[in-house]
Write a protein that binds this ligand. Structure first.
Ligand SMILES: [Zn+2]
Ligand SMILES: [Zn+2]
Length: 553
């Protein structure tokens, strides 16, 4: 690493929405920005969450000075519990960001010896080898920040997750004048949120969701209203509460994270509602439908969350019916569409009316669209640019946008997880690669690698075939005949025929190996597996997991 350079290692979030994490390094000292998780796709069977690969970071743990959090979303803080047990360094962030993070770390019983350092909006702090400034930005969680690092090669600005909402619920706008001032000073590198870089125009203000919710509520004065949204979206919760109180409804909170986040936000004076307006879920049945508003978790169709339980009739104190209107104040994260669809179906089955963002504007994104991204680039006017926080296509579109704003291609880099870049006074360049694959967490089993996931996928898609046979070593003959048993196959003519043909194929392969003098147990099992794999794959386009128990007697 050159002496007058700063190195950035992207550990996650470049190529997927989730597990955001990067390391910024100068003179051998490292500051980590965010440590997020990602939720698995439905075909990642048994996987609960996905983490960044922290190997590179752990090998350098003595050189890590701090973790800085941009905001409190899980895709930026959810992997902390796995990182801080190995890298115990101070964690910086806004009061709410740290409040959310600390709560999760306490639940995981790893918060005890950690140091949390709260920062104010606009504050500048010496963190590791850098001076770091925390710049307020609007997003779908309060108290989000962009970061400006003063480094030996100049300013490096990280946008964090943001939109340019000029009418935010708390009046805390993105500090565009500060961003412009940094632009005047000269910004060496911009790292910027790409989530909505494919979308033209501007993201609607969070306030517009309030108006839509008000209309939906006003049209249904006698119905029980159930609104699902992200528990961290305190401004959404505030607007739901405000609209409900205008109709003199009582508020019932459903879902553990909704209860704890509302409690914390009220304590920090970020959510304004009198305690007298809340009722316990147990007492809901005492109120007429038009007197209640339920705010719940589960807007992503999570099977264990409150809304899923309601949709299946599994909620102890409340059953939804044709007297209820459920509002999904959310948009499914890619991968969750199917689960959300099931929940909506089940609600319909119960006779419930369902309103989602496809029919009413009851949701607004927290991420900047092209218009806002252009504005951000114009304010910051970076010399170099790397798109972050997005799937690959989002980053491609964001880079094109940067070019259209006047940056030349040699001053932009399209990076992916694991890429390292170096910034020098001359520009940016690629500087290497580090391991950055998915790290899967499977409940109590903890971390598992790609192989079992791939096997589960094959099991799910093609089932399993078990081969048994017995070989007489002295005679070189098959004494217990080749038998196959299968799971995940259907009991019909086609599969029975296939198994019979397969049995013949394996028997032939074993006999020919025996004729050539092969007697080794492991080798004969491999012969059987290979014969089965070859035939199933090439002739029948199936790839079941093949288990072989050929015994040499
Ligand atoms: Zn994010
Ligand atoms: Zn976010």
């Amino acid at each position: 690493m050159a002496k007058d350079s700063v190195r950035i290692t992207f550990l996650g979030g470049l190529g997927e929405i989730g597990r955001n994490c990067l390391a910024i390094e100068q003179d051998g000292r490292i500051v980590v920005v965010d440590a997020g998780l990602m939720f698995p796709e439905p075909t990642m069977y048994g996987v609960d969450l996905i983490l960044p690969d922290f190997t590179w970071l752990l090998e350098r743990r003595d050189r890590v000075d701090a973790i800085v959090l941009t905001h409190g979303h899980e895709d930026h803080t959810g992997a902390l519990r796995y990182l801080v047990t190995n890298v115990n360094v101070p964690i910086y962030g806004s009061q709410l960001t740290l409040g959310f993070a600390r709560h999760r770390l306490t639940e995981a019983r790893v918060a005890k010896d950690l140091t949390f350092i709260e920062v104010e909006d606009g504050e500048r702090r010496r963190i590791g080898p850098f001076e770091v400034e925390f710049i307020p930005v609007t997003h779908s969680v309060p108290s989000a920040n962009a970061l400006a690092f003063s480094t030996k090669v100049g300013l490096i600005v990280h946008s964090g997750d943001f939109k340019l909402d000029l009418t935010p619920i708390d009046g805390r706008r993105t500090d565009v004048s500060r961003l412009a001032a940094l632009g005047d000073e000269g910004v060496a590198l911009l790292l910027c949120d790409s989530t909505n870089a494919e979308e033209p125009g501007f993201t609607a203000s969070e306030r517009s969701v309030g108006s839509a919710l008000r209309r939906v509520f006003l049209e249904r004065p006698d119905r029980r209203m159930v609104v699902a949204c992200f528990a961290s979206h305190i401004h959404r919760v505030q607007q739901i509460i405000d609209v409900a109180l205008e109709q003199n409804r009582k508020i019932a909170l459903m879902g553990r994270s909704m209860e704890s986040n509302v409690k914390l936000a009220r304590k920090l004076n970020l959510l304004h509602v009198d305690a007298a307006h809340f009722i316990d879920v147990e007492n809901i049945s005492r109120y007429a439908p038009g007197e209640v508003c339920v705010i719940c978790t589960g807007s992503q169709g999570e099977p264990l969350a409150a809304l899923s339980k309601l949709s299946r009739g599994d909620q102890r104190f409340m059953k939804v019916s044709d007297e209820d209107t459920v509002v999904l104040s959310s948009h499914p994260i890619p991968g969750n569409e199917w689960s959300v669809g099931r929940v909506i179906d089940d609600l319909h089955r119960a006779g419930t009316e369902v309103i989602h963002s496809g029919v009413e504007p009851v949701h607004a994104s927290g991420h900047a669209r092209q218009g806002e991204l252009r504005m951000f680039h114009q304010l910051v006017r970076p010399r170099n640019f790397v798109p972050v926080h997005g799937e690959y296509r989002h980053m491609v579109h964001h880079r094109e946008l940067a070019h259209s704003m006047g940056l030349s291609p040699e001053h932009t880099l399209l990076c992916e997880d694991g890429d390292q870049i170096e910034i020098t006074p001359a520009g940016i360049r690629r500087a290497g690669q580090v391991p950055a694959g998915f790290h899967y967490i499977d409940g109590d089993a903890g971390e598992i690698d790609e192989r079992p996931i791939e096997e589960r996928r094959m099991l799910a898609e093609f089932g399993v075939v078990q081969i048994t046979a017995g070989i007489d070593a002295a005679r070189g003959t098959i004494v217990q005949p080749v038998r196959l048993s299968a799971r995940g196959w259907f009991d019909g003519e086609t599969d029975r025929k296939l198994l019979a043909t397969l049995t013949e194929e394996i028997r032939g392969a074993l006999e020919s190996a025996l004729r050539e003098g092969e007697r080794d147990d492991a080798a004969l099992n491999k012969v059987a597996q290979r014969a089965a794999g070859r035939m199933l794959g090439q002739r029948f386009r199936r790839q079941p997991v093949v288990l072989s128990a050929v015994a040499v007697i």
